[in-house]
Design a protein around this ligand. Structure first.
Ligand code: BGC
Length: 253
């Protein structure tokens, strides 16, 4: 496995990237960030990613590049588009970025990448059993690990509760949109995590996404059987996980 890889995290609002030491999880460069082009269309995003890779420290032609993206990504093909352009549905994203960057690129789901980062370098390091990663942002991303192995593309953010896609109620975007205070939002999180717990009985739940830096405001309000902890890698989790997965290609091949 290579010791360095570039990780790029494509989100609804920003695209972040860095060179990563995938043995230690340290960033070997500054984090570069660009706005996601309005509309989130494939060609325009690919252009931004290309500019970003050119700005990162010079790398060898075989240095892996990993990208994470907010959609179901099956073997490099984006299969959904909850908060980005519908043009991504059915698109061979591995091929698009490989063509644009002129080097091999591997794309995975953003929550899967964040979970890999926590498993390798953060809150779930060396944890066995069933680990459930959740990211609370524009949407709700989820990743499932059994004894350290990823079950890719769990889309549990879209769990229907009371007839609604619960991402629309419990994401951080929903908190902002509806001006919910921490207690009101925590009630929704309680509903959401209780349902997940009833369905899956995880041993550990990790809460990531930008808002996890404010975990003291809402995690202590939740009553669950499983241990629930904040993510440790936060802002860099997607970058780290995407880089690691690109270096360890067999993760979803
Ligand atoms: C998407 C997931 C993604 C999550 C977080 C959801 O709306 O369906 O694929 O992981 O948002 O970005």
């Amino acid at each position: 496995m290579a010791s360095k890889a570039i990780g790029i995290d494509i989100g609804g609002t920003g695209i972040k990237g860095a060179l990563v030491n995938i043995r230690t999880g340290e960033l070997l460069s500054d984090r570069v960030r660009y706005e996601t082009p309005a509309g989130g269309r494939p060609e325009e995003i690919a252009q931004v990613v290309k500019r970003m890779v050119n700005e990162l420290p010079k790398i060898g032609s075989r240095t892996p590049v990993g990208i994470c993206f907010p959609a179901v990504v099956q073997h490099g093909v984006t299969m959904s588009a909850a908060n980005v352009s519908k043009e991504w549905i059915g698109l061979d994203a591995d091929a698009l970025f490989t063509r644009e960057l002129g080097r091999k690129v591997h794309v995975i789901n953003d929550a899967d990448a964040a979970g890999v980062a926590e498993l390798k370098f953060g809150a779930a390091k060396n944890r066995k059993g069933l680990v459930l990663m959740t990211t609370l942002g524009t949407g709700i991303g989820t990743a499932l690990f059994i004894n350290g192995h990823l079950v890719p593309n769990a889309e549990l953010g879209h769990l229907e509760i009371g007839g609604v896609d619960y991402e629309s109620k419990a994401s951080f975007a929903a908190k902002e949109r509806e001006n919910l205070d921490w207690s009101a939002w925590a009630e929704r999180l309680q509903t959401y995590y209780s349902r997940l717990e009833a369905l899956l009985s995880p041993d550990l739940i990790i809460v990531g996404g930008g808002v996890s830096k404010n975990h003291a405001e809402f995690l202590p309000k939740l009553r669950l059987k499983a241990q629930i902890v904040p993510a440790q890698k936060r802002n860099s989790a997607g970058i780290l996980g995407a880089a690691w997965a690109a270096a360890d290609r067999h993760i979803d091949d």
